[in-house]
Ligand binder design. Structure first.
Ligand SMILES: Cc1cc2nc3c(=O)[nH]c(=O)nc-3n(C[C@H](O)[C@H](O)[C@H](O)COP(=O)(O)OP(=O)(O)OC[C@H]3O[C@@H](n4cnc5c(N)ncnc54)[C@H](O)[C@@H]3O)c2cc1C
Length: 436
């Protein structure tokens, strides 16, 4: 019997899971190829939701998807493991030893063979080696980190709640967020919203007025990836809800007490979040002799193949893809990962049929920033209109529809509508904040 072509997708995130699902439906179901998805975690949660997980305004246990169950339904196999090496000559990737929750060894490190390999392991924030950042900041790169932040935040409210009423001045909560890109801005607004929800549920010892949120940005303005007008609207809304925005301030050191900037400012903070910069993970640097850039991203051609190996593809945040006519590589955004996943289904099918591969073309539909209950701002891109600023309810509905579109590409229209209904029901009957 002829051996099936084995396609291994590493990373089941915004891009990788959509790709494995579509390949499973198109090739796996008909027995035209064997599709294997590898992820370091057992469940998927869409990364742009992480600031809401951190603030507790969504419950990560309700929005997660199990890879084994999803694979069985969509004709791909799931392997739990963390990739840490690549042998291009033997066409195998290496998975690190598997450990349980208490650190016990479950399985030794192992090799996995591929005929076509797709790497989609995402990115992490970049602390640029800032002293103390790694030890004293929380990062929002994974669901586990977002859950940890939510627990810490809740603990602070529980601690204040347990204090005797006569114990003196009202407690303050100082939160500092480094980086005023989409993640930092959305998190600041979401935390402001969460502060009001805590008070509404009776955890009102730390009043919303005593929650001081400071957003620190090295660039002269916030949201540098967005048009100036949209960024200005977001800035004004943040000021209105009481977030302190310090632009043009570079953080040079972090301690357990707070942050210090290059201009000598000391910002006290009991919760410190690092949401600035991006880089691909260190294990990708020169992996298997492939070309990588200074932030460890794999350099790819317009067909999303790595420059030194046609059988290894990379996409999403971990890839550096500069298209013809563009000066800079595509930005690390869910929109890019989604469009690349759709493209790769066609490109990999062409590869299996020994046909020439197409080139990826990116359509920028604009960017939206959620300021939680305060507002949603952003810009839409259209061929005829150019860039158009939007905000308010329409922007909010469009922002929410992005997650529903991700769900639609994973589950189809019917199941997406069922999930939407379930979410609406549980949000109208359950608490608006995760309090455990
Ligand atoms: C809080 C926040 C808000 C955001 N908001 C927006 C937004 O509004 N709009 C937008 O366009 N973008 C947004 N982004 C960016 C967006 O989330 C990313 O661009 C997108 O998720 C990239 O998709 P990806 O598939 O490349 O990687 P990811 O979605 O990060 O997925 C990577 C996957 O790889 C797995 N993995 C990692 N390392 C390994 C390994 N060694 N072995 C095996 N598996 C591994 C991870 O478990 C994960 O499942 C936001 C990001 C954050 C953090």
């Amino acid at each position: 019997m002829k051996k099936l072509h084995q396609i291994v997708v590493v990373g089941g995130g915004a891009g990788g899971l959509e790709l494995a699902t579509a390949l499973g439906r198109r090739l796996g179901r008909k027995g035209l190829a064997r599709i294997v998805l590898v992820d370091a975690s057992l469940t998927h949660i869409w990364k742009p939701l992480l600031h809401e997980v951190a603030a507790g305004t969504i419950n990560s246990f309700e929005d997660e998807l199990n890879y084994f169950a999803h694979g069985a339904r969509h004709h791909f196999e799931f392997q739990l493991g963390r990739m840490d090496g690549l042998d291009r000559e033997r066409k195998t990737l290496h998975l690190a030893p598997l450990t349980g929750e208490d650190g016990e060894l479950l399985a030794e490190g192992r090799d996995l063979a591929y005929d076509t390999l797709v790497i989609a392991v995402g990115s992490t924030s970049n602390d640029f080696g800032t002293p103390g950042a790694h030890e004293h900041c929380i990062f929002l790169d994974s669901r586990a980190q977002a859950d940890r932040f939510q627990k810490k935040l809740l603990q602070m409210y529980l601690q204040a709640h347990a204090l005797p009423a006569s114990s003196g001045a009202a407690p303050e909560l100082n939160i500092a967020i480094v980086g005023a890109g989409a993640t930092g801005v959305e998190l600041a607004a979401e935390l402001h919203h969460a502060a009001h929800e805590f008070a509404a549920y009776g955890l009102d010892e730390i009043t919303p007025q005593h929650v001081n949120i400071t957003l620190i940005e090295a660039a002269p303005r916030i949201l540098t990836a967005l048009p100036e007008r949209a960024a200005e609207q977001a800035y004004r809304q943040l000021m209105k809800i009481g977030v302190t925005v310090l632009a043009g301030q570079r953080v040079t050191a972090v301690s357990a007490q707070g942050l210090r900037t290059a201009s000598g400012l000391d910002i006290p903070a009991s919760l410190r979040v690092w949401a600035a910069g991006i880089k691909a993970q260190d294990f990708l640097k020169d992996i298997g002799g492939l070309e990588t850039n200074r932030i460890n991203q794999l350099v790819v051609t317009p067909s999303l193949q790595t420059t030194r190996d046609d059988s290894v593809f990379a996409f999403g945040d971990c890839a550096s893809c500069t298209l013809p006519g563009m000066e800079r590589p595509l930005a690390p955004r869910a929109q890019v990962a989604h469009q690349q996943a759709v493209f790769l289904v066609k490109a990999i099918s062409a590869r299996l049929a020994h046909k020439p591969l197409p080139s990826f073309r990116f359509n920028d539909y604009g960017s939206l920033i959620s300021l939680s209950s305060a507002d949603t701002v952003g810009s839409l891109m259209g061929n005829l209109l150019g860039s158009v600023n939007i905000r308010g309810l329409v922007a909010r509905l469009l922002y929410r529809s992005l997650y529903r579109m991700h769900q639609m590409s994973l589950h189809g229209v019917f199941r997406m509508l069922v999930l939407l209904g379930k979410d609406l029901l549980s949000r109208s009957s359950g608490p608006r904040l995760k309090l455990h």
